[in-house]
Design a protein around this ligand. Structure first.
Ligand code: SAH
Length: 260
């Protein structure tokens, strides 16, 4: 098993020095895949300087325009946050995050650890793209770590979990939210889940359950619910099928319902 399948995603970073610092932290701990979402200043000599000998991670870093593009192919996405948000979300500490991340990687999946802007963190919308939130249990009176330091803490925990896994090799980590299912079945990836949420929202509008003028927190709450389940591909096909048939009924198109 390899830490290569755990990617670090930095969203809209303003200081290139922090990108370099994050790359160094990653390389120290054996992580290698860095994805930068709309960085404000990159590539940059300051990033190279702070990376020290980790410039290879910067050279291979993938730069994308939006968070969705950074998460393509991920079965499990963790969003980091320095403070509590309005809608409580399943929250783990860095150790639990690492254990679940390793379990996902052991099952052949990809994992993303998402970090926010220096001044504003991640938006609520970005955090809702993540199945779990991770909070480093810092002093509540001064809770926000430097971005590269936060990357260091999560990378360190990932390494520790990996070392334990290599030592024991008993595969004892259990995926978070693992509540049964077909065992070996593949979990849906973040992009598939996004397409599902789009379809769900459209259907809820079609049936009049969701008022686009007054959406309240309906989609956020549904995202949180689905995020807890660890949905498998077969299950997603069922859910998609239900939506498609529901839309046909609402639109008066031919559908599967029998007339008896
Ligand atoms: N003022 C911002 C702080 C952002 S710190 C806010 O209130 O959200 C920059 C980034 O470092 C955060 O988005 C997060 O990714 C990470 N970070 C900092 N402190 C953290 C903590 N205690 N737990 C988890 N992540 C943290």
């Amino acid at each position: 098993m390899s830490l290569r399948n755990i990617r670090v995603v930095l969203v809209n970073t303003s200081h290139p020095g922090n990108i370099g610092g994050a790359a160094r932290a990653m390389k120290n701990m054996g992580l290698s895949r860095l994805v930068l979402v709309d960085p404000q200043d990159f590539p940059s000599p300051e990033a190279d300087a702070r990376a020290s000998g980790a410039t290879d991670i910067l050279e291979n870093a993938q730069v994308v325009g939006c968070l969705e593009d950074a998460l393509v192919g991920c079965g499990l996405v963790f969003g980091t946050s320095a403070r509590e948000r309005r809608i409580p979300w399943p929250l783990v500490d860095p150790r639990e995050c690492a254990s679940a991340a390793l379990a996902e990687v052991a099952g052949g999946g990809d994992v993303a650890l998402v970090f926010g802007r220096e001044y504003a963190g991640l938006t609520n919308e970005e955090l809702q793209r993540c199945q779990f939130h991770v909070h480093i249990p810092s002093d509540p009176g001064f809770s926000s770590l430097n971005l590269a330091s936060a990357v260091q803490v999560l990378s360190y925990e990932a390494r520790m979990a990996w070392l334990h896994h290599e030592e024991s090799n008993d595969g004892s980590q259990k995926p978070l939210g693992d509540v049964g299912g077909d065992g070996d079945a593949e979990r849906v990836t973040s992009d598939e889940l996004e397409r599902y949420f789009g379809h769900l929202e459209e259907t809820l509008v079609d049936i009049g359950f969701l008022d686009p003028q007054r959406p309240r927190h309906l989609m956020s709450r549904l995202r949180r619910l689905y995020g807890r389940c660890g949905i498998e591909r077969l299950e997603m096909n069922i859910l998609r099928g239900i939506l498609t048939e529901t839309q046909k009924v609402v639109r008066g198109e031919p559908h599967k319902r029998r007339k008896d």
